[in-house]
Design a protein around this ligand. Sequence first.
Ligand code: 4GX
Length: 253
Amino acid sequence: MIADVVTIFPAMVEAALAEGVIGRARQRGLIDIKVRDLRDYTVDRHSVVDDVPYGGGPGMVMKPEPLFRAVEAIAAERGRPSAVVLMTPQGQRFTHAEAERLAGLERIVVICGRYEGIDERVAEALVTDEISIGDYVLTGGELPALVVLDAVARLQPGVVGDEQSVAGDSFARGMLDHPHYTRPAVFRGLAVPDVLLSGHHGEIERWRRRERLRRTLERRPDLLDEAALTLDEQRELEALMENPPEEKTHESD
Ligand code: 4GX
């Protein structure tokens, strides 16, 4: 995967992409992500990227010219991008399915907007996909771009060490994950469920499957409408719905 990020805060984006699994994958050449400073594509002496909105009103709007020049320079250097993504609360909601779609593309460009937004002609003529990471307003598209790039990059072959863990991702399965525990077996009086210490792999898998279904039913029942459940999972879910486990309570309740 080749990805280019266009931003007025390249250091912020680069810092995040230099760490952890993604930073390592970049060093190993498994993914090629370049962070581009939008001001490098300006032509005026002061590297201005914003201007006042036509029609008046508060705030500033990102000028079209630097964004066009940036995407054209990237296309000339890398080849025509398969997608030009704009991070915006006006976009389609980002999901794991969308991460999988983008992960299959050869070259993507991600544009991080700031201020009140970008000149609409950029969205019309340059952008192929407008994506939102959720219904809240941030100060810029950099954090959303990092969210998208992280989710897409970890789907590239070899980026996450254990292929099994990527295939078994909770949202790849369409439901929430089961609980995880590590040592010690008892911590401050809180015990790990016995079944996990039993060594019975069949029972452990059944327990985990049941916990995934229980949590999904409890916290995100909406996911179950879309989830492709196995026959065993369907039966387990019906049992849970007939006989709902006690709700978790707190001492003060
Ligand atoms: N999911 N923001 C973008 C400026 C902006 C507005 C319109 C382009 C068009 C956000 C989100 C988000 C705030 C990033 C406004 N740029 N982006 N920014 N939620 O809130 O993606």
